[in-house]
Design a protein. Structure first.
Length: 739
């Protein structure tokens, strides 16, 4: 059989489904071939096959060393049954809800050979059958359309050379008419599905014969390139860089691309500006990015133009109130910062770990409250907000919750027309706030309110476009308080001391205690081979750290790695740590990647579920029958349909970027020269500052040296600092403080 024609087509019916993954749609099933009666194994990508379903499959034979000859699927089509008996068997497969064996029998007995035609064309007639009401009839008709829409779309994608894994995304966007929409208006998906959407659209359109210089294609390409730059963190892109990408990646002539840019600008989909420092260089902004950047600058100018009434407390009263409310004795430098902040409508406080940001947040909030002001605290992520609430001993919300995002209206409810009800807003971890979110936040701030932005400018920049905190500081146009001295009681903390050494490009103190049972806070374990790095990390997480530091391996230890790929990347480490920390002898429903008890992270903001990018929880239950996975996010349980599982990832090991705004009792950080593209000083600094009690670096000292030496991360393109130039210049203020 293995020597048969490589392109083989057979027709038959599905006897047994051996394996099916709903995420990738990969299936393995036993297939009885019509005529010969022989059984074969078929494997490949397709919607879940139903037992008894008749298919015509095309594929190529391959021989598996254990399972023998198998037909690897290249194309399939559903063959609908034509006789009453065949239809009865087909419907008994169970893919239509509400159809038990008795109902199937009555249905086919009533309509005979016309049963499937009735379901598809005149479903209202289904109510003629006893036991089928209008609601069941509508559900059956909808399920029929979805069942066949999946198959039609998957075959359409396959025929166009597009990975069928995108089938679920496209059905989620467009529903059952997905194939028709993609055929009629392919470049629509370039707008609706940022990133991969353009490639899907371009492939379909070019296969259909659309010319390479079609203006619709070129406009979609320009927007796609700008979206790529935004994904890389840029608020705008230089025109020449966009033209270069259009030419090298998509073979688009520069003049055609410039014409498309002008048309898009006329249609207000992008904005073209001359660079302020060089009128010969043009900047291209996606319209929302331009609106956000100019909006931030305008609101900052507006806030700073509103006079601030003199505070009705003096230095002595501030000292007394802080002592009374917080039992804290402020240093002279801390007192100077708090006193000065009260005189400004907008201020920035920045500094590394142990320099007093938390003390100032608590003190400023307490003083404003003692003056009768309403104070709100916020942070970019759920974990950062919970941490802020813990250290400040007051309520804190995520920025998204503070702005009250409406699912129904697709926007934040708080804006310039309906501002946040507050007199003072203190925002922590501002380095994580991107340009768009800062714009929404400032728009919703009343003009008579104060806003204090707190963050560490040396941390990694936001995931989204822009460098808002760095731009505000670099502009030198508003009061900035730089905390640059470690508070005395933290001077003995190796984590804090080494974090500051790393920030300065100095090697951290890697001294280890002579007694291995003596607890330290900062370790380096040298391993040169990636596989040994992985093995060491597993031993640390499962044995050494829990034993010596009494920390829970699931709740208290977080592995932070620079990359996703490679032996010491998130993908491989998660698989290894899952097997070590949460082994399972049972096969999960539908052979999914998750198990009950797994540590998982949500990957994107989902306002419907009220779960946000970076939230970490534990898989509480997997219901294979109803295709529901439940995650425990500490304060509540959230359900995910199996089709939504792409929003989750294992979180035993996460990227350093994803750790921003969070703190963990212990962090383990692999450092290998394989991570070279991402070895940067600010990345290592960010990883180390996530730990509260313990840092363990595992890897090659050469990789550590590279990270310390490389202090020139790619500069993001942002025009915010220059837009703030009309404001009067204010010098930065330098202070000292502690936690």
């Amino acid at each position: 059989m293995s020597q048969a024609d490589p392109d083989t087509t057979v027709e038959g019916h599905v006897e047994r489904v051996t394996f099916y993954n709903p995420d990738s749609h990969f299936a393995i099933f036993r297939f009885r071939v019509d005529g010969s009666g022989g059984r074969i194994s078929v494997l490949g990508t397709m919607p879940e096959p139903g037992i008894g379903e008749t298919l015509r499959v095309t594929g190529r034979w391959e021989t598996h060393p254990r399972f023998g000859d198998q037909l690897r699927l290249t194309r399939f089509e559903t063959v609908l049954p034509t006789t009453a008996d065949e239809i009865r068997t087909y419907l008994a497969a169970g893919f239509l809800p509400g159809l038990g064996p008795k109902t199937v029998f009555r249905l086919v007995d009533h309509f005979g050979d016309e049963t499937l035609t009735v379901i598809e064309s005149t479903p209202e007639r289904l109510t003629e059958v006893d036991g089928i009401g209008e609601k069941t009839a509508r559900r059956m008709a909808a399920a029929w359309k979805t069942h066949h829409a999946v198959r039609d779309l998957m075959r359409f994608l396959h025929d166009n050379g597009i990975r069928t894994v995108y089938c679920s995304k496209l059905l989620g966007l467009y529903g059952t008419p997905a194939k028709e929409i993609l055929s009629r208006d392919p470049y629509r998906v370039a707008h609706d599905l940022p990133g991969i959407g353009f490639y899907i659209a371009d492939t379909i359109a070019r296969n259909a014969g659309a010319p390479a210089d079609d203006p619709v294609r070129i406009q979609a390409c320009v927007l796609h390139c700008l979206e790529q730059f935004a994904t890389e963190g840029d608020v705008f892109a230089d025109e020449d860089a966009v033209l270069d990408r259009c030419r090298t990646l998509f073979q688009i002539d520069a003049q055609d691309a410039m014409t498309a840019m002008a048309d898009l600008a006329d249609g207000e989909e992008l904005v073209i500006e001359n660079a302020p420092e060089d009128a010969g260089v043009r900047r291209l902004y996606l319209k929302p990015m331009h609106t956000a950047e100019t909006g931030i600058a305008a609101k900052v100018a507006a806030l700073m133009s509103v006079p601030v009434p003199p505070p009705d407390v003096d230095r002595q009263q501030i000292t007394e109130r802080v002592v009374k409310r917080l039992a804290i004795q402020l240093s002279e430098d801390q007192l100077a910062v708090v006193t000065d902040v009260l005189s400004h409508r907008l201020a920035v406080i920045t500094g590394g770990p142990g320099t007093g940001k938390t003390t100032l947040i608590r003190s400023v909030a307490a003083i404003f409250e003692s003056m009768g002001s309403r104070v709100r605290l916020a942070a970019p992520t759920g974990r950062a907000a919970r941490r802020l609430a813990e250290v400040s001993d007051r309520k804190a919300a995520t920025i998204h919750k503070l702005l009250r995002y409406s699912i129904e209206e697709g926007r934040f409810l708080h804006d310039g027309k309906d501002p946040i009800e507050t007199d003072v807003l203190i925002v922590d971890e501002v380095s994580m706030v991107d340009t768009a979110l800062m714009h929404h936040l400032l728009c919703a701030l009343p003009l008579n309110a104060r806003i204090i932005l707190v963050g560490d400018v040396f941390q990694l920049p936001s995931v989204g476009p822009g460098t808002v905190l760095a731009d505000l500081i670099a502009s030198a146009r508003l009061p900035v308080y730089v905390l640059n001295k470690i508070f005395r009681q933290d001077q003995q903390s190796p984590i804090v001391v080494n974090a500051h050494r790393i920030r300065q490009g100095l090697s951290p103190d890697l001294g280890c205690p002579e007694d291995p049972d003596e607890a330290n806070e900062f370790y380096f374990i040298e391993q040169h081979r990636p596989e040994r790095v992985v093995a060491t990390i597993i031993e640390l997480c499962t044995q050494a750290i829990p034993r010596h530091f009494s920390l829970d391996p699931m709740a208290d230890i977080q592995v932070l790695t620079p990359m996703h790929k490679g032996p010491a990347g998130t993908i491989n480490l998660n698989q290894a740590l899952q097997q070590a920390l949460n082994p399972s002898n049972a096969t999960p429903p539908q052979a999914m990647a998750f198990r009950t008890g797994d540590k998982v992270m949500h990957l994107r903001n989902n306002y419907h579920k009220d779960v946000f990018n970076g939230d970490i929880g534990t898989v509480g239950d997997i219901d294979g029958r109803n295709r529901i996975l439940t995650v425990d996010y500490q304060d509540r349980m959230v359900d995910y349909d199996f089709s939504e599982l792409e929003e989750l990832a294992l979180a035993y090991a996460i990227s350093v970027h994803k750790s921003q705004g969070s703190e963990y009792p212990a962090v383990v950080i692999p450092l290998t020269t394989q991570h070279y593209p991402l070895l940067q000083r600010n990345l290592l600094y960010t990883a180390v500052t996530r730990a509260k009690q313990l840092v363990v670096l595992v890897g090659d000292k050469r990789a550590l040296e590279i990270a310390l030496e490389r202090d020139a991360p790619r500069k993001r393109l942002s025009g915010l600092a220059s837009r703030l130039s009309p404001l009067s210049r204010r010098p930065a203020c330098h202070g000292h403080g502690g936690n």
